[in-house]
Design a protein around this ligand. Structure first.
Ligand SMILES: Cc1cc2nc3c(=O)[nH]c(=O)nc-3n(C[C@H](O)[C@H](O)[C@H](O)COP(=O)(O)OP(=O)(O)OC[C@H]3O[C@@H](n4cnc5c(N)ncnc54)[C@H](O)[C@@H]3O)c2cc1C
Length: 495
């Protein structure tokens, strides 16, 4: 077995601490060969090992945000929990930096690191549904599109993200917002159990009955506590046809639409999940061509109940003002969940900032209307999630996720293309920051950890959890990962 230790590589001059990483997989192999081995191997690992000498290396290290360009020493693509355990032990023995990759969607790019090992779950995407008990077992590298597809075959669903190619792993461990959350709770409120590989390389299960302290931490505490190889979720009857879709109005109507929406959303039944999207109309085939790229505000709806009830629930929204286009209609739930997939493709460059809003005050609405359309790129957008309902009926300290009482969660997404200039990137980043700053007087305490970007450091992690939940997370961290092996994330330090 290859015995690469970070300190050996440093001593050999192959790895320069903090700077010139070991950039060439061939040199890794050379380092191993020099010790009498011809191949890099991990004992007990039967997955795929990818280094810089493999043709797949660039694809394997790429994440959803194309602005992230990191070069791991190796990518360990796992097929089973035993592979994950072997990779964790290998990395720990050699003091290698560890990154864990679920769907690869984290905007901060935490799924990939420089110099270290990526424990890659992208080949572990199986979803098994037990319709009798209304439960699903979902492997740690699955995407939400996988879950919606398999569960909808039985007319079932659980709360999941609003874009089908987002990973179940990261999204769940941060809390999990989605169209069904007002009726069925956050994703973590539907989590029944998680099988995970600990920092010691052991496979354990956390649930309300086994390791309950760990189970509490996993429900919002992110990837700090181990590598989850399987999630078990509660399912609910949803669809398969639901009343769903967006209504668009011209950007000039933003203030009026948001004032109306404030009342409409405030009185909406729990079944009605809505997300407001501000930016330009995405050039999707279902939208009339003449509207493409036009600045507009959209309210996307999904009614988690009978279609007829849904039609009634959205009636006033559709009648408000003069919509540019109304795409609300009975639709297959799984198709609706994938409707936004092409608007945020893999490989474009992204920068985000997010805030909680206690409510949509007139001042908050004015700030949103002033800034939402001021981005230079037509691809940049802002999303406003309507929270409350079942989310806020769970106590803030019942799970690690701690922003349950807020009314809205806003995320400002700067987007530019990979071949666009550095000036363009700076302009989009500056727009996001300006907009975020302007919202500050209207923001509520807390922030959603999964919407934090790379420059959101320890103070924002504290903000995400609040002092009390963070203290408890740190205690659990000290029990399960005292050396902070899993720190390439929005880190909770062992307390
Ligand atoms: C286009 C888009 C849409 C989104 N929509 C939503 C939404 O509707 N609702 C919402 O709540 N969030 C949403 N998000 C945010 C999303 O929750 C985060 O980006 C999340 O990190 C994605 O999870 P992932 O597995 O794809 O990420 P990855 O980048 O693979 O992982 C992020 C981190 O999570 C941890 N992690 C991932 N998988 C595991 C695992 N199996 N075991 C242990 N740790 C793991 C690791 O620490 C990793 O660094 C969206 C993001 C994007 C880019």
């Amino acid at each position: 077995m290859g015995t690469i230790r970070r300190r050996d590589l440093l001593a050999a001059g192959l790895l320069v601490a903090g700077a010139d990483a070991l950039r060439d997989g061939a040199r890794v192999h050379a380092a191993v060969r020099d010790r009498g081995n011809s191949n890099l191997q991990i004992g007990g690992f039967r997955g795929q090992l990818i280094t810089a000498k493999d043709p797949e290396y660039d694809a394997a290290r790429a994440v959803w945000n194309g602005a992230i360009d990191r070069r791991p020493l190796l990518v360990a693509r796992c097929g089973t929990s035993a592979d994950v355990a072997a990779a964790v032990r290998f990395a720990r023995d050699r003091e290698l930096e560890i990154a864990v990759r679920g769907g690869g969607h984290n905007v901060a790019g935490t799924a990939v690191c420089d110099d270290g090992i990526v424990i890659d779950l992208s080949a572990m995407r199986a979803v098994r549904v037990d319709p009798a008990s209304r439960k699903a077992r979902v492997q740690g590298g699955a995407l939400w599109g996988d879950v919606d597809r398999e569960t909808q075959a039985y007319g079932l669903a659980t709360t999941g993200g609003i874009v089908g190619h987002t990973g179940v792993g990261g999204l769940t461990l941060g809390g999990g917002l989605g169209f069904l959350m007002r009726k069925h709770g956050l994703v973590v409120d539907n989590l029944l159990a998680a099988e995970l590989v600990t920092a010691q390389g052991e496979v354990i299960t956390a649930s309300a009955h086994e390791h309950p302290d760990l189970f509490w931490a996993l429900r919002g505490g992110g990837g700090n506590f181990g590598v989850v190889t399987e999630f078990q979720f509660a399912l609910h009857a949803v669809g398969p046809t639901v009343m769903a879709g967006p209504v668009f109005w011209a950007a000039d109507d933003t203030i009026d639409v948001l004032r109306f929406y404030r009342e409409f959303a405030g009185e909406a039944p729990d079944e009605l999940g809505t997300v407001v999207r501000l930016g330009t109309v995405p050039p999707l085939p279902v939208i009339p061509r003449e509207l493409h790229w036009r600045p507009a505000i959209a309210v996307a709806c999904c009614y988690a109940g009978p279609v007829q009830e849904g039609e009634h629930a959205v009636r006033d929204l559709r009648r408000f003002g003069a919509p540019l286009v109304d795409l609300l209609a009975p639709a297959p739930y799984a198709a609706f969940q994938g409707a936004l997939d092409d608007t945020v493709p893999r490989g474009w460059h992204y920068y985000w900032k997010s805030a909680n809003l206690a409510g949509l005050t007139d001042d908050a609405i004015r700030v949103v209307a002033d800034h939402a359309y001021a981005a230079a790129s037509p691809r940049s957008y802002t999303a406003l999630f309507h929270m409350r309902g079942a989310v806020s009926r769970v106590a803030n300290d019942a799970t690690a996720y701690a922003s349950r009482e807020v009314a809205h969660n806003i995320v400002i997404d700067g987007v530019w293309l990979p071949d666009e200039s550095a000036e363009k990137a700076e302009a989009e980043t500056a727009w996001v920051r300006r907009f975020f700053q302007a919202l500050q007087p209207n923001s509520a305490p807390g922030v959603y950890v999964n919407f934090l970007d790379a420059d959101d450091g320890a103070s924002r992690v504290r903000e995400a959890y609040g002092d009390r939940n963070l203290r408890r997370l740190a205690e659990v961290k000290a029990r399960y990962d005292p050396d902070n092996a899993f720190h390439h994330n929005k880190n909770v330090r062992p307390g």
